[in-house]
Design a protein around this ligand. Structure first.
Ligand SMILES: O=c1ccn([C@@H]2O[C@H](COP(=O)(O)OP(=O)(O)O[C@H]3O[C@H](CO)[C@@H](O)[C@H](O)[C@H]3O)[C@@H](O)[C@H]2O)c(=O)[nH]1
Ligand SMILES: [Mn+2]
Length: 491
């Protein structure tokens, strides 16, 4: 059987808070996945519209040409070079390996050095770098046209590098950009017109691949029809962290949510969508229902309806219709020569900030708008349509990321999640409606309610935690004492 294609989305938003060297490591680890390279397309969305990020990616691409063969030849497990080179090589390795290891380490340090230099000396690195950065000169990061650069195109060679595409979507002060959800929808459309893979993997820029076989495992889940898995909409890996503080003082390593809750709801409709380390079927993001014949595929939808759903791009609509096909290996869309001018023009068109106006993007299809926890909301909408999800906990863990190590950053992150959860709770997609009017199982609804009320629960939980201290200080008791009048009269 042929391997299905997978489009990989990486989002980055701020070159200061998310340094390009981190993004570069994530991208290198993804490009080196154990999967035929001609079946992978790696798309990077840069909401920071940073020339530095593009420069770093282009330099990383040069390094990838030696890094990927090295990883595959020696079956390296951790394919993010910063992590791999943080420990010395195995003492009993062959001389050939030790020499290669040393060469690669030196090359990686050169790459790091170049990016650092570029960071410190922002104006002096425009010459001789092999990529045109003119589009970034005097750019306003909040108001600028789309920039798409095809850094690498794989010409159908399975042991080469996967496609590598940089996208900074159009921004305008007049349009809401919907943060990460907006970026994900642009990535969905741009990849739709270029490679249109039936499966999508998305990772945050600070989550590198720690188990290079993860795509193979995920595809086993999707393709294994023996256990009636056709109604699996997405496959979520748990979020694990490499730099977590001991004993997790801020609770941001999400142990309860992923280790216990995530596994627990596997017995119901499956885990919630956690925003990173997750594989979706493309058609699920296009509002397909499980076990239904696709409405758009059968030619029943009028042109007007197609435009209303997917937007004005004919190329995109064609690709979307094709995405509903079960057997996508037959000839059809996309045509050969993926990165031709016509498709690149279409990519620029669908990345425009006005493209979604009067369409169902963000309300019915793609990543759903209306909450800062767009991930949970999007997963909930998918499960309300009747899809199940699978929790894929591999050993070693599939991805490793970094968690905030400071109190204030952790509090901000948790405030954002708690607010986002409440936005989901008081939304038309609320799980209670999902059970009443959709296909969300009622126990799954209860599980969602437990999670979405997390922020509200802080009030009784805090009171409960403070009460003993209060009683000790004021020498009072919150349980009735034996001398209390009710108890004495009882006896
Ligand atoms: O306007 C934006 C804002 C954020 N991002 C990206 O979104 C990702 C997540 O944002 P971050 O600020 O790092 O949030 P975290 O709290 O670390 O992320 C968790 O929570 C988010 C929801 O709040 C989910 O989207 C993430 O997948 C999940 O890992 C990062 O890759 C960002 O680069 C964008 O692309 N555009
Ligand atoms: Mn993050």
């Amino acid at each position: 059987m042929e391997f299905p294609a997978v489009d990989i989305f990486v989002t980055t938003a701020d070159p200061v808070l998310e340094p390009p060297i981190i993004t570069v490591n994530t991208v290198l680890s993804l490009m080196a996945l154990d999967y035929p390279a001609n079946k992978l397309g790696c798309y990077i969305s840069d909401d920071g519209c940073s020339a530095l990020t593009l420069f770093a990616l282009n330099e990383a691409l040069k390094f990838a040409k030696i890094w990927i063969p090295f990883c595959k030849r020696y079956d390296v497990q951790v394919r993010a070079p910063f992590m791999y080179f943080s420990t010395p090589p195995h003492l009993h390795s062959s001389t050939q390996f030790l020499n290669d290891w040393e060469t690669l380490k030196v090359e990686y340090e050169k790459l790091e050095g170049k990016i650092k230099e570029a960071e410190e000396n922002r104006n002096g690195w425009n010459e001789e770098i092999g990529i045109d950065l003119a589009a970034f000169s005097n750019i306003n990061t909040k108001h600028h046209p789309t920039i798409i650069k095809t850094l690498w195109e794989n010409k159908e060679v399975s042991d080469e590098l996967p496609h590598l595409i940089y996208i900074s979507r159009e921004k305008s002060l007049k349009h809401h950009h919907h943060y990460k959800a907006g970026a994900m929808n642009v990535l969905t459309r741009v990849s739709g017109v270029l490679t249109n893979a039936p499966y999508i993997l998305n990772v945050d820029c600070d989550m590198f691949v720690n188990n290079p076989q993860v795509v193979l495992h995920a595809m086993c889940v999707f393709l294994n029809s023996k256990y009636d898995l056709e109604d699996i909409g997405y496959v979520q890996t748990p979020q694990c962290f490499y730099d977590g503080l001991k004993d997790d003082p801020f609770g941001n390593q999400l142990v309860v949510v992923f280790e216990y809750f995530g596994r627990g709801i596997m017995g119901l409709q499956g885990p919630f969508y956690g925003g990173t380390g997750c594989f979706h079927r493309r058609k699920v993001l296009y509002a397909q229902f499980p076990h239904h014949t696709a409405y758009f595929l059968n030619g029943k939808a009028s042109e007007q309806e197609l435009i209303k759903t997917f937007g004005y791009s004919k190329t995109f609509t064609k690709s979307a219709t094709y995405a509903f096909k079960d057997d996508q290996n037959t000839s059809g869309y996309p045509p050969k020569g993926l990165f031709n001018t016509n498709n690149l023009d279409a990519a620029n068109h669908v990345a425009g900030c006005g493209y979604e106006i009067s369409t169902t993007w963000g309300s019915k299809i793609g990543w759903i708008y209306g909450s800062t926890s767009e991930d949970v909301l999007t997963g909930l909408v998918i499960q309300t349509r009747g899809w199940r999800s699978i929790f894929l906990a591999l050993n070693p863990p599939a991805f490793l990321g970094c968690a905030p190590s400071q109190l204030v950053a952790s509090l901000n992150q948790q405030k954002r999640w708690a607010t986002g959860f409440l936005q989901v709770l008081f939304n038309k997609h609320c799980p209670i409606f999902g059970t009443l009017f959709g296909k969300l199982q009622w126990r799954q609804c209860a599980a969602y309610l437990w999670m979405l009320t997390w922020g509200l629960r802080s009030i009784p939980e805090l009171s409960y935690a403070l009460l003993p201290a209060y009683c000790l200080i004021t020498n009072s008791s919150f349980f009735p004492t034996v001398s209390t009048i009710h108890i004495t009269t009882f006896f």
